[in-house]
Design a binder for this molecule. Structure first.
Ligand code: NAD
Ligand SMILES: O=C(O)C(=O)C[C@@H](O)[C@H](O)[C@H](O)COP(=O)(O)O
Ligand code: ZN
Length: 364
């Protein structure tokens, strides 16, 4: 087992990463004083629940927990106020109290949704993340929890840190190939913002990552979580540095909204957005390699780099104005300056961004 720590003073917490950790959950929960006397809300989606929920419920009940299972439909549409309200109703009816814990078993959708329930219920109860996708190495760490508005991603949310993150790598073996690639987009992002050697390693090991070879996967997720933990520890509330975790998201979130949260997975939209950010970096003076390497590593991970031509550029430009980085009437972009280095820019012209969006429709 590998272990990392998110250093946030009295709200610090560990990330446990390893094979088969779910079998040790009772001992890990006891170590973290997860209350047994108050009901525990276990949130998952249908696809994850059908594989991993029953044994987990059994283990926890055997250890003395009162488990309230709540299963939502899979996919981004569950990150909605309607599903949030259903979960609050379930929590109320089951008698969850201030000592209860919400446990998220699933990918980023379940983590963000259940986390927002934990943040809001009785003004905040404890929360545990059990990520089951590659992408969720990112979403389970750092405490950003949210649901979507039809016009804007993650616009209704909070910062609410988990008590711990328990990453059982065995669960990743059942991921469909498209989800494997989508998850690797955020792994690549962590390399592009922080660690050139890691980017090169991902490119060299992409075949093993796509094949879900445990050794490569474990290393990639440990490195990705490490970058995330380091950045969050330095700037929990995104006053400055944390914004770099948004590389590719200014365009990417707009694409998700314009595609009605249906056509593109989060990781796919972010992949296209990172190619756009790399193009902007080169336009502002970075070496051409920033663009070629970014595109090459994403394609090696089976990710799209071309923006679907039918998505309207005007609609994308408009959706970008809902970006949470938008400041003083200007778009804020995370722009690569070299592989493994980015800067936060507030001085981009709308014309450059528009031209970049249009050129993304021609990527080969
Ligand atoms: N809070 C954050 O910091 C943060 C960071 C990155 C992304 N996100 C959010 O995360 C979401 C995307 O997360 P995601 O890509 O994990 O999507 P997801 O949660 O929808 O999971 C992807 C799909 O895989 C299925 N699945 C999950 N685990 C599985 C497993 N082990 N085996 C088989 N199928 C499995 C799910 O049912 C779903 O259909 C987006 O909403 C994004 O905005 C949040
Ligand atoms: O943790 C962060 O900070 C991130 O930006 C991670 C992103 O990958 C993630 O998609 C996050 O939810 C985006 O945050 P938002 O504030 O732009 O909604
Ligand atoms: Zn993201």
């Amino acid at each position: 087992m590998r272990e990392l720590n998110v250093e946030l003073g009295e709200r610090s917490y560990p990330i446990y990463i390893g094979e088969g950790l779910l079998t040790d959950i009772a001992e890990i929960f006891a170590r973290h004083q997860i209350a047994q006397k108050s009901p525990l809300l276990l949130v998952s989606d249908e696809q994850v629940a059908s594989r991993y929920m029953a044994p987990l419920v059994e283990t926890l009940r055997t250890a003395g927990y009162t488990v309230v299972p709540a299963v939502v439909p899979p996919g981004e549409s569950s990150k909605s106020l309607a599903v949030f309200e259903q979960l609050i109703t379930t929590a109320l009816e089951a008698g969850l109290d201030r000592h209860s814990t919400v446990v998220a078993l699933g990918g980023g959708v379940v983590g963000d949704l259940a986390g927002y329930v934990a943040a809001a219920y009785m003004r905040g109860i404890r929360f545990v993340q059990i990520p089951t996708t590659i992408l969720a190495h990112d979403s389970s760490v750092g405490g950003k929890v949210a649901v979507n508005h039809p016009s804007a991603k993650n616009i209704i949310g909070a910062f609410h840190q988990p008590e711990l993150v328990l990453y059982d790598l065995g669960t990743l073996q059942s991921l469909p190939p498209r989800e494997v690639s989508a998850g690797l987009a955020e792994v690549v992002k962590h390399g592009l913002i922080w660690d050139e050697a890691f980017v090169r390693w991902i490119e060299d090991n992409s075949a093993d990552l796509l094949a879900l070879r445990p050794e490569a996967l474990g290393y990639a997720l440990y490195k990705g979580c490490g970058v995330k933990a380091e950045v969050v520890s330095r700037d929990e509330r995104e006053h400055s540095l944390r914004a770099i975790l948004n590389l590719g998201h200014t365009i990417g979130h707009a694409l998700e909204a314009v595609a009605e949260y249906d056509e593109l997975l989060h990781g796919e939209a972010i992949s296209i957005g990172m190619v756009g950010a790399a193009r902007i970096g080169v336009a502002l003076g970075a070496d051409e390699e920033v663009y070629t390497v970014t595109k090459r590593v994403l394609q090696a991970c089976g990710l799209p780099v071309r923006l679907p031509a039918h998505l309207d550029t005007d609609a994308i430009m408009k959706a970008m104005q809902h970006d949470k980085k938008f400041k003083e009437g200007r778009m804020v972009f995370i722009v690569p300056t070299a592989i493994g280095r980015v800067e936060i820019r507030q001085d981009l012209s709308a014309a450059l961004v528009r031209e970049t969006v249009d050129r993304l429709k021609e990527e080969a």
